[in-house]
Design a protein around this ligand. Structure first.
Ligand SMILES: *[C@@H]1O[C@H](CO)[C@@H](O)[C@H](O)[C@H]1NC(C)=O
Ligand SMILES: *[C@@H]1O[C@H](CO)[C@@H](O)[C@H](O)[C@H]1NC(C)=O
Length: 415
């Protein structure tokens, strides 16, 4: 029961900050990086991009797009960061989720988190473990209501706290998000706007927030959830006052504020073909045709156990074919009928394991799918139960911070 916590505690001591050299798979350079710039023996510091260099095994070629690899050998080959099997039934004996993703040629496996959770040391120990998570997304603290609660008054303390944690661990950060219809302060939603005044306010927000984190985040979800499920544009305050041009203006402004951040549009219910997916494809094509900066499509991946879309891989490949990278940005797979299924049956947990494996396999099979983020790793802090009554148990770790069969599904998906 408590084996995992112990296991993680041991792994945490091997975190890069403890040593003068970075561990295998650890960060070893990049803009703003103050940690070690040399790697332990058996690994070499390789630049991934201007803000992230990483210690890669000297013999590996992980920058190649993923060919499924079933090699049973240790991902590191040598070096101190490799956890050993706890030998506890049900506990992972695999290499950790981020290590599995890296071995498969992906950039990261990551988790969302939120500032109130930072008082929970047992939770943080696992979040800090770069064998499990190479990437962090702040669940709330970089959103508009958190960063600009009054017009032109900016507060970055919550976002900075998440960024500092990630930097301390050598984890990359997905900035989330700049323009969204939800979690807006009332001065935005209830303001009296013209096209010109709202465009100026939006640009000021993006310039300040993306400017504050310039060079420090891997990417931004610049526009979040622009479509209704029927494929029409969401008629939020931005659309109503600025028109669909708000999307291009937001992307251009973000590029100017942080030229090195990858710029994403992030959306849900695009895991399968349909009107919403079709509209997104048209939008991406028109933005590309107009030379608007756009680097990625975020496919959120809030799914239901037993209902993973069978065409997910096809959709990921379709988006990647548009000349953008693709990431699964908010994965969780929840149970819809908790009262009758608690405690979950073995069959339900097995189905969830299979579902996680299906999603990871889909990303693994599409070279343009660069990484996967789960929307927090534990049922203890999942957003699902408070949003959808009677639903939940969506994460690979349970509320006691013990792994569930879903964990092994993720490992198997990257194998
Ligand atoms: C988590 O990582 C941060 C940043 O490296 C560190 O300051 C904090 O002490 C760690 N917490 C735990 C519980 O490991
Ligand atoms: C708002 O202004 C922009 C130019 O900044 C223009 O492209 C767009 O069409 C205008 N939107 C509306 C709804 O008039």
């Amino acid at each position: 029961m408590h084996g995992l916590a112990q296991f993680v505690a041991i792994a945490a001591f091997a975190a890069p900050a403890v040593f003068a050299q970075s561990a295998i798979w650890g960060q070893c350079g990049g803009e703003g990086w103050a940690g070690p710039t040399t790697c332990v023996s058996g690994s070499t510091c390789v630049e991934s991009n201007p803000y992230y260099s990483q210690c890669l095994p000297s013999t590996a070629t992980p920058t190649q797009p993923s060919e499924p690899s079933n090699s049973p050998s240790s991902p590191s080959g040598s070096g101190g960061g490799t956890p050993v099997s706890t030998g506890i039934v049900g506990q992972p004996t695999g290499p950790g989720l981020n290590l599995a993703a890296k071995k498969a040629g992906k950039k990261y496996f990551g988790s969302a988190t939120d500032n109130p959770e930072f008082t929970d040391a047992a939770y943080l120990k696992i979040l800090n473990d770069t064998n499990e998570f190479g990437q962090i997304t702040p669940g709330n603290s970089m959103k508009w209501d958190a960063t600009e609660p009054e017009q032109n008054t900016f507060t970055f303390s919550g976002g900075d706290q998440v960024l500092d944690l990630a930097e301390g661990n050598g984890q990359i950060v997905r900035g989330h998000n700049l323009v969204w219809y939800n979690q807006l302060p009332s001065w935005v939603t209830s303001g009296t706007w013209t096209n010109a005044t709202l465009t100026a306010a939006m640009k000021n927000h993006i310039t300040n927030v993306a400017g504050h984190y310039k060079g420090k985040v891997y990417c931004w979800d610049v526009v979040n959830e622009p479509f209704n499920d029927d494929g029409t544009y969401r008629t939020d305050v931005f659309y109503e006052n600025i028109g669909i041009e708000y999307i291009a203006i937001a992307l251009q402004t973000a590029r100017e504020a942080d030229p090195n951040a990858k710029l994403y549009i992030n959306e849900y219910n695009i895991e399968y073909a349909g009107a919403k997916a079709t509209s997104l494809v048209s939008l991406v094509q028109s933005l590309k045709a107009a030379n608007v900066p756009l680097d990625g499509i975020g496919v959120q991946g809030h799914l239901i156990v037993g209902e993973v879309p069978t065409d997910l891989e096809t959709q990921l490949a379709l988006y990647a074919s548009l000349g953008v990278e693709v990431a699964i940005t908010e994965l969780d797979i929840h149970v819809t009928d908790l009262p009758t299924t608690l405690p979950e049956t073995a069959a339900l947990l097995a189905q969830q394991q299979e579902d996680y494996q299906s999603v990871i396999t889909a990303c693994n099979n599409v070279p343009g799918c660069i990484g996967v983020t789960i929307w927090d790793y534990t049922d203890k802090y999942s957003w699902v139960p408070s949003t959808f009554s009677g639903q939940g148990d969506a994460c690979p770790w349970d509320a006691n911070l013990d792994i569930k069969p879903a964990y092994n599904g993720i490992l198997a998906g990257f194998a």
